[in-house]
Each structure stands twice: as C-alpha cells, then as structure tokens.
Write a protein that binds this ligand. Structure first.
Ligand code: SAM
Length: 250
C-alpha cells in the first residue's frame, strides 16, 4: 500500500518509522511519502493560512498550496499502485473512524491524507479534489485536536496492522475488539500471561484448564460483561443470530 501525507509538520509523522508501521515500511509492505505543504507556497513567508471570509476567529488554510500539492501527488499516479488515491481528510466534523472503515481502507492500494491545522482547509480544495478522486472526511473521535497529524497516525496504524504480512500472526486481529466475525460488536475481555500467580493474584483457573471449549465460553462471557459495562450501546448491535442461551443468561 502507498500512503502520501501532505502536512505543514512532516516531522510529526516520525513515529511512522517506529515499531509495527516502521517494520511494515522496511519490509516494503507500506510505502510512505511525506510532503511539506509549504513547498507549494511562493511568498517569502511560505504562508499557508489566511483570515476567514465571513469573519470569525482563527485562520483557514489557503486553497492555492493545497491545490498544487494535490496536483503534484496525483501526478505520481503513473508510478503508483493505482491511477488515483483515495483521499482522507481528518476533521472532527467527518464520519467516525471505525474498525469497519479501517478494514475498508486496508483494501485500498493508495491513500492520500490531508491533515489540516487552524480552522481547517478552504472547502473548495475538497470539492475540487472530489472531482478527481474519492474523498472521505473522517473524525477519530468527539473531541478537537490542534491538527490532523495525530489523526493520521491513528488511522495509518489501524490500517497497517490489517495488511497481510504486517502482524507476525495473521490471526492476531481476529478476536480484537470491533473485529468482524463471531465476536462482532463485543469488546475484548481481560488477558493474562505467565506467571500463573503474581503478587498473590492467580490467573482465572479456566485459562490454564486446557479445555478450549470452556475457555472460548469464558472469553465470550467476559467480552459480554465488559461490553455491557463500557459500551452498552454496542450490545444492541450484536447480530441476534449470534446470541445463544448462555449469552442471554448473563
Ligand atoms: N474548527 C474545526 C471544527 O470545529 O471542526 C476544528 C479545527 S482543528 C483545531 C484543526 C484540525 O485538526 C482539523 O482541521 C483536523 O485536521 C484536525 N482534527 C481535530 N480534531 C480532529 C478529530 N477529532 N478527528 C480528526 N481530525 C481532527
């Protein structure tokens, strides 16, 4: 997968060189290109923002540098894995970023992220971009960050771990919270490792019983309890066909 990010803070994306995403890049599974938006400004101050039409506080990112930056990225279509990327614009007013969307984005050969600063990007940039490629405005949560770079890190990491070959064990994300399948819409329950006793606390005996059926039941019970406690809104989204008698007894 190819990923391009246009930003005024490419250095904010340095964590993409680290850990799982960094290793995916080193293995050639991810091809990340960072672009400095100010490279497409032509004034001495490299200005990327201006006062908003209609007044109001804050500044708005100017359309000209964004337009030229997107032109330049799109020109690389001939050498990229797809003719055009799918553009993702982080914004608190976008559609929520979910595991389902991460799964969808992991199928794309090329993603282009446009994280903003200030009050966001002049709307015409997104409208014009939408005539050339698919554009999604995406929010990572109901809060407001100072800029979209952290949102890009969140989305790239969630997508990258789904790419084939990135996780050591391809099954690792099968039982994750929010993963599709038998445990869809259930949060993952508690997890334990060795030693079996630590500071007088033992792991639940079922986990060392070797009874795989009973362990699977225990995991599901714990997931149901945790989901009821932390995210009762998800319980109503569980497929009724996937609910059994023991679930109902909880
Ligand atoms: N005035 C904007 C609003 O209320 O929707 C907020 C602008 S915010 C200060 C600056 C930038 O940070 C946004 O344009 C976006 O790129 C990013 N950002 C902030 N919160 C975000 C969130 N929850 N999800 C995704 N991006 C976010």
């Amino acid at each position: 997968m190819r990923i391009d990010v246009v930003t005024i803070f490419p250095e904010y994306l340095a964590p993409l060189d680290v850990s799982l995403v960094g290793k995916a890049c080193a293995k050639g599974l991810l091809d990340v290109h960072l672009h400095q938006l100010r490279d497409w400004t032509y004034d001495v101050h490299k200005t990327v923002d201006d006062t908003p039409y209609g007044g109001g506080p804050g500044m708005v990112m100017k359309p000209e540098p964004w337009g030229l930056a997107l032109d330049a990225v799109l020109e690389q279509g001939e050498s990229a894995a797809a003719p055009v990327p799918r553009m993702i614009v982080p914004t608190p007013s976008g559609r929520p970023f979910t595991q389902d969307l991460a799964v969808e984005l992991a199928e794309e050969p090329w993603l282009l992220f446009a994280p903003a600063r200030y009050e966001g990007i002049d709307r015409r940039v997104l409208d014009e971009a939408a005539t050339r490629m698919r554009v999604d405005e995406v929010s990572i949560g109901d809060y407001v960050l100072a800029g979209g770079e952290v949102a890009v890190l969140v989305m790239v990491e969630a997508v990258a771990r789904l790419l084939p070959g990135v996780l050591g064990n391809a099954e690792s994300h099968r039982d994750d919270s929010f993963a599709p399948g038998a445990m869809a819409n259930l949060l993952e329950g508690p997890v334990y490792t060795k030693p079996a006793e630590w500071r007088g606390r033992e792991v639940p005996p079922i986990t060392v019983s070797g009874n795989h059926g009973a362990i699977a039941r225990w995991r599901r019970d714990e997931a149901l309890r945790r989901t009821s406690a932390h995210r009762p809104d998800l319980i109503g989204r569980i497929d009724p066909a996937a609910v059994d008698k023991k679930d109902r007894a909880l």
